[in-house]
Design a binder for this molecule. Sequence first.
Ligand code: ADA
Length: 598
Amino acid sequence: EVYPLTGSWDYRFDGGPSEKVTVPHTWNASDAADGVKGKRGDAKSVNSDVYRRGPAVYTRTLPVAPKPGKRYFIRGGGASIVSEVSVNGKPAGRHEGAFTAFCYEITPLLKKGANTVSVLVDNTQRDHIAPQRGDFSMFGGLYRPIELIETDGVCIDPLFYASPGVFITTKSLDKSKAEVEVKTLLNSDGKAGDVDVAVEILDMKGRKVAGKTVKAAAGEKKNLEVPVTLAIPNPVLWNGVRNPYLYQVKTSVRTADGQTDEMVQPLGLRTVSVNPKEGFVLNGKPMQIKGVSRHQDMKGKGWALSPEDEERDIRLIADMGADGLRTGHYPASSNVYDLCDKTGLVVWSEVPNVNLVRDTPEFRENNRLQAREMIYQNWNHPSICMWGIFNEIGHQPEASSKGVDMEAELTELNKFVKETDPSRMTVGASNQAGRRKLNNIPDHIAFNTYPGWYGGGPETMKGNLNGYIRDYGGKMGIAVSEYGHGASTGMHENPAKRPSPTGFWHPEEWQSQAHEINYKCIRERPEVWGSFVWNMFDFGSASRFEGESPGINDKGLVTYDRKTPKDAYFFYRANWSPQPTVYITSRRFAERTGKTVP
Ligand code: ADA
């Protein structure tokens, strides 16, 4: 049984007055997004106090009184940056890292009747937790769904790095058969005796295509691994946006008294690889990924997006005709990966190693933890094809002045990620084309490059790609992990007609034209295995004051409130989408006709 703990909580920020808020919650959504009224050139570091950072406490009563013989766990999808859960004032557990889930058993802390849970959340910047830099606002709060899980004495383990406790791995795959290993982790309080673990695979119509039941000795208090191998005849492949075919794997645990637990996980059968000649290859067919990046925030909400907000975002991306998503610069919510599984987007999911990694034992330890949690929590999503291990490392002053050996740390991290999940490739997003040692660390390297914005004209993309391909293409293939251009929404090429209050001019046409030229250069080089527009949406960036929107990075193809697609959006939609399904009115069409933008 799962009881959502979303809804009303008592909340106090930094010892201030108590108020009622709705969880998922972000406390600095408005100060970070629209409240920064600085002057141009007033850029503040993401580590500064432009918006609220500090500790807050959330408190509420649990929705059910504990039942005898049952076990209880609290699972949170994400709290930024550090969180501590306690029940009736006693600590249940502490989690460090803003983008992964946590789970604790609270059975021994419960008393009869009403029980109080509180979560301390603190978004103060710390030296040992990535990200250390980045232009995006680090919102604070209990910002993803949180729930109370009630189980019997023996259950599918919710505690193993807060993963689903079921790990599905495709062992072999050909036209006639897929061999799949389903490993279930059991957590037993020692009172149940032997149990049956039943695994069933259902196709998209809900028909059973494979199944097996095994016995597990759960008679002692312990963790048990129960692997089962199953064969699916005539498998249908998960084939990206063309056919995102999903099976369901249903694992259930039964004692003599009946079923005690059940977990349903997605299964997509596919092969992926990158080779320097053909680029990205899905199920044996080369495709050049047409991707975008997305930050998880939105105007007025910060990071506390609802499942409906997330669904709209993924729909906007897929409908535009994109077939790939980079979760720049951190792991997304599990709901976002579910949506990508269903829509067929090829996902690059990454840890938040932005600009800087530190060479301290504490940083290293937390860096491994964040990677491990990202991998174990999201293991079963077929959409995730690659793990990103860094973004734009190597140009910060700390990198050279303090003798920090970034390459050593990233080499270790890469090894660790590959050992933890041998089934996926690793990638890096570099802006240091000359640093061969760094760029050769991941399996495949990609470059962040902004011709037409940060340097050169838009057509210099051509020369940049030539250089990357010359230096790295032979061995590993290359991709464009970021390219983009700012655009002030609603500003068009006639300064006289629409004067810019700040005199800083970047109309939508310029963004659109830069994308058009940049993307043409990319498309003409099939060895480039993919590209990712920076960014699908404008996003909160307290350190920025570009264009007309202080506190916002306006490189989005769509505005921060998701209401207005910019001109560049229509360039991609016209060129990428075979068949748009969502009708979107361009803002200028809306202005001319009086029709509103949905
Ligand atoms: C870098 C960075 C991104 C983004 C971008 C920009 O490439 O990786 O996080 O902020 O700069 O807009 O300048």
